[in-house]
Each structure stands twice: as structure tokens, then as C-alpha cells.
Ligand binder design. Structure first.
Ligand code: CTP
Length: 409
């Protein structure tokens, strides 16, 4: 429920973890962009960041207990009136309480009364995150429609590092915004419980330790697909090749370099996936020979031609695997970047690759690569064509997921 004339109402639940300090920045980003934020810390959260900080940054009162302001019944009213509940850092304890419906403070009571989207951004040590108890709680929360963001990998509280970091405030802000801005459909998390694999970026095929054959793909469309899928509740594996973009909060990002590396990563992740979207620009060929040392020029000697050999066709392999007898039914989506005769080439490519959907767009030096917007025609194996007018790459991504969602078993 959005109060007329005012920004969306966000309840920012803060758990008792050291990463609470990063949430101050998230709070700032939310309030500065017009969201009305009420912070509900747990008692232990206040050991890390005090009540005055939350109150000053949000401009709203801050309480941890249900016993303050009782006449207003805050534990019911706050949850009912929110457009989004965002919990960061979500500790192992908080996830457990939320999964089991334990309500022993204002935040956990609010989680039971909220009917809006709920996002948890967990942060804890790797062992705690990987513990079967935590994983079962995360699975329970996801099955009920909550978005649980995958923790980032990196330096943890001490000198150790691993999976368990709270993603950076920018990524958290982006995740919150995505869930909130799915128009009137923001409560529709239709990919909940689904695992989707998205490839993004452009492969590089090495010639020697310093040179490669590459392409101009920025990864923006693939990253938009990952973010939108996350906002719709999916578990996302993002296989990225040579992308200089921040990791979308919650995605399991697998960095790769060449087409062959990408193939291995995609096929591995696709084994238990419900949908695979190949948005990456994969090099069709690679140099036949790789020189271990830098190739030198010799005065007066003509350079040797570069011999090329064909790379595996990842999309075709994913389609082949998914059509094997007994294989899990998957929706497979390809992208086609064409410079001319776009539709004709698109239809031929759809037939050749055998995928369910093919997103065809026209590319050129000034079109699509690195640009924030895109236009496309999405062809489907049953002969249908959906035209997506020029708009943001996220808008196109949402149409792709709409079409995927209707084809999921
Ligand atoms: N693709 C792939 N593996 C390759 C080449 C392409 O998985 N070795 C995927 C891309 O990720 C994309 C789709 O196939 O989803 C189409 O890519 P594109 O390069 O347009 O198709 P090609 O088959 O290479 O056709 P062509 O280069 O002849 O246009």
C-alpha cells in the first residue's frame, strides 16, 4: 500500500551483525531517493549501530520492542502499511525465527503481519551460512515467496574470507528498487522456487598471455536479466564473461573467460535449472594455437596468419541435454545479435538452435552494446513473435521472464 503523494513505505529490519554499518548507507540511499523508511532494529543490532544513527538518518522513531507506543498497535500497523520489508543484515538467528514464525520483538512480529514483498539479505560466517539448518530456513522462506539474497563472497569480519558478506549498499539498494518498481505487479514473485541460469558478457579467446580475440558485449542485458529474475524470486546463477559491472545482489556469480570455460560453467549450473538464458556473446571460433609466451614481431618477417577452430555451441548443447530422455524440462532462451536482415536470420537461427525462445536484436557500433536501452523481437518455437519496443534492458528482461514463466512446467 503506497500512501498517496508520498514515496513507497519501506520497513528496514536490521539484524545483530557487524554488517549493520553498511545498512546506514542503504538507508541513506533509500531516503534520498524518496522512500519513507522506518528502521526496526533488533536489540542486538543496536550493539553495532545505535538508535540515534537510525533515527537521524530515517527521520522516524526507532523501537525494537512491541511495548512502545502500544496504543498504535505498531507490530500490526507497521507490517500492514509497508510496501517492502527489507532485512539486512539477516543473521542466521533472524532467518531461523522468520522461517519458524517466532515473534519475540517488533521486527519478527512485523514479518508476520507484512503482506508486501519481503527481502532478506543474509550476512554471516561461511560455516553458518552453509549449515543445513540455515539452508533449510532459507529454502522455507523462499518457498513462501520471500526473496533471500545470496551473500557475497569476500572478506568476512576477521582476516578470513568466503561466502557470507553482505553485498554492498549499492547492490542492496538496486535489489530493493527492483522489487518495488515492478509496477503494479510487485507482489508477483512468479519465479519463486525456480533456478535460472543466465550467461552474460563476451568471451575472450586467448592468442598468447596478453592478447585475445573478443567482442563488444558489455554484459548489461545479462545483468538486467539476472536482477529482474532475482526480483521475481528466482535463484539465479549468473555465468559472466569479462564483465566490469557490480554483482547483482543475490546472484551466484560464476566468472569465466573463454567460450570453453563458459560452456563448462553453464552446463554445470544448467543441470538442475528450470530455465537457461544465453545472453552472452560467445565467440564462434578461437585461435587454433595458443602461445605460452608473448608473440614477438620479427623485422622483415610477415606475421603468421591466425588459424581458427570452432568453439562448442553452448546453447545448442544446453538444448540437446534438456531434450535427452528423462531430462528435466527446461525453458531455453537464446539471443541473436544481427546487423542486417534481422528477422529472417532470427527465424533461421531459432530453428537451427532448437531453443524455446530467441531474443533477436539489431546491433551495430552505436546500437545496443554498452547502451542502457534495447529493442527486440522475441521469437518462439511455436511461431509467435513478441515485439518489445525500445526501452530499458530491464524492461526487455521482464518480457523475457514473462514468456519464460508461462512456459515453465
Ligand atoms: N551461442 C552459444 N555458443 C556459441 C555461439 C553462440 O551458446 N559458440 C549462443 C549465444 O549466447 C546466443 C545464441 O547462441 O544466445 C546466438 O548467438 P549468435 O552468435 O548470434 O549465433 P551464431 O550461431 O554464432 O550465429 P552467427 O554468428 O552465424 O550469426
Amino acid at each position: 500500500m503506497t500512501t498517496t503523494g508520498e514515496g513507497p513505505r519501506v520497513l528496514l529490519g536490521v539484524g545483530g551483525g557487524i554488517a549493520a554499518y553498511k545498512v546506514c548507507e542503504l538507508l541513506r540511499r533509500l531516503t534520498e531517493s524518496g522512500h519513507r523508511v522506518r528502521v526496526i532494529p533488533t536489540r542486538d543490532a543496536l550493539r553495532f549501530v545505535g538508535e540515534p544513527t537510525w533515527a537521524a538518518l530515517s527521520g522516524e522513531p526507532v523501537t525494537t520492542e512491541v511495548w512502545s507506543d502500544v496504543a498504535q498497535v505498531p507490530h500490526v500497523r507497521l507490517g500492514q502499511g509497508a510496501d517492502l520489508v527489507f532485512v539486512a543484515p539477516a543473521t542466521a538467528d533472524l532467518l531461523a525465527k522468520a522461517a519458524h514464525g517466532i515473534a519475540d520483538d517488533l521486527l519478527t512480529n512485523t514479518l508476520l503481519t507484512a503482506r508486501c514483498p519481503v527481502v532478506f539479505a543474509p550476512a554471516m560466517h561461511t560455516e553458518m551460512w552453509e549449515h543445513p539448518a540455515t539452508q533449510a530456513n532459507v529454502a522455507t522462506l523462499r518457498s513462501r515467496g520471500s526473496v533471500v539474497i545470496e551473500p557475497a563472497v569476500g572478506r568476512l569480519t576477521g582476516s578470513d574470507s568466503g561466502k557470507g558478506r553482505l553485498p554492498d549498499p549499492d547492490a542492496l539498494f538496486e535489489a530493493a528498487r527492483r522489487v518495488l518498481t515492478r509496477g503494479g505487479r510487485h507482489d508477483e514473485r512468479d519465479l519463486t522456487g525456480r533456478h535460472v541460469v543466465v550467461s552474460a558478457g563476451g568471451t575472450r579467446e586467448p592468442l598468447d598471455p596478453v592478447r585475445f580475440i573478443g567482442n563488444r558485449s558489455s554484459g548489461l542485458q545479462g545483468y538486467a536479466l539476472a536482477r529482474t529474475a532475482l526480483a521475481r524470486g528466482a535463484q539465479v546463477t549468473l555465468v559472466a564473461a569479462n564483465v566490469a559491472l557490480p554483482d547483482p545482489a543475490g546472484a551466484d556469480v560464476v566468472p569465466t573467460g573463454s567460450a570453453r570455460e563458459m560452456r563448462d560453467a553453464v552446463l554445470k549450473a544448467a543441470a538442475d535449472a528450470d530455465a537457461v538464458v544465453m545472453a552472452a556473446a560467445v565467440a564462434d571460433f578461437r585461435p587454433a594455437d595458443y602461445e605460452d609466451v608473448k608473440i614477438k614481431k620479427t623485422a622483415g618477417v610477415e606475421p603468421a596468419p591466425i588459424r581458427l577452430v570452432e568453439n562448442p555451441d553452448i546453447l545448442a548443447e544446453v538444448v540437446q541435454e534438456s531434450r535427452m530422455p528423462g531430462a528435466r524440462r527446461q525453458v531455453v532462451v537464446g539471443f541473436a545479435a544481427e546487423t542486417h536482415d534481422v528477422l529472417e536470420h532470427g527465424r533461421q537461427k531459432l530453428a537451427r538452435k532448437g531453443c524455446d525462445l530467441l531474443v533477436v536484436n539489431e546491433v551495430g557500433e552505436r546500437l545496443t552494446f554498452g547502451a542502457p536501452d534495447n529493442a527486440a523481437v522475441i521469437l518462439s518455437a511455436d511461431g509467435a513473435a513478441v515485439e518489445v519496443p525500445r526501452g530499458t534492458k530491464e524492461a526487455l528482461a521482464d518480457v523475457v521472464w514473462d514468456l519464460v514463466a508461462t512456459r515453465l512446467p
